[in-house]
Design a protein around this ligand. Sequence first.
Ligand code: PLP
Length: 230
Amino acid sequence: MDRKSLVSSNVLRFRELVAPAKLLAVTKYSNIDDVFYAYDSGHRDFGESRVQNLKEKSDELNSSGRKNVRWHFIGHIQSNKLNRLLKIPGLKYIHSIDSYKILELLYDKIEHFEGETLYYFLEVKTSGENEKAGLEDYDELAKAMNFILNHETPKLKFAGLMTMGSIRSENFEESAKNSFKKLKEYRDRLHKEFEYPNLKLSMGMSSDYMFALEEGSDWVRVGSAIFPKI
Ligand SMILES: *Cc1c(COP(=O)(O)O)cnc(C)c1O
């Protein structure tokens, strides 16, 4: 099978597989041709983890006439790159607001965003792995939630919670399931204690999306299973 047919059948298969959850096609390992193939098979939600790469791919899609892409940023944000990220046309979601400090900065800099509404997820550490970014626990989430409620603006919409399962673990499956269960519990608790409705869950990648779906994920972020490394 040629690359185009491969990518296109992977995208269609995954969209069906994860429904009613939504598929975020992560293109961080992919060259622009892969992105074109996915777009041409009807996909519009793409994720990148570096500002520079998102900018380049967004420009290439636009100049090839491929419009209406929804870009999702999924990487760690360095403070000095936030303005640049916010200005990229097509940016619709940030999944990786991973500290209170970057949350404050987002509200501070949102005037640079040119779209209508930017949706964002708070990233939460659920696996106990120290090198991971993210809010540590429910108390930190509650603090963030108070900040959000005091700074409402039509340009920003708190969309929900994001997490990553453990990268290396003795019991990979068990540990992924625990992570996703924990994220869901946090979300349910925010719904209840803050009466803030309709928060979504962004969880699950190529190796663990099936466990994320079992826990009710709304967005699965799949890269290598759709765009295998060449
Ligand atoms: C790279 C990445 C993904 C996709 O990873 P795969 O294992 O290739 O599916 C998902 N989420 C985040 C935050 C990532 O950085």
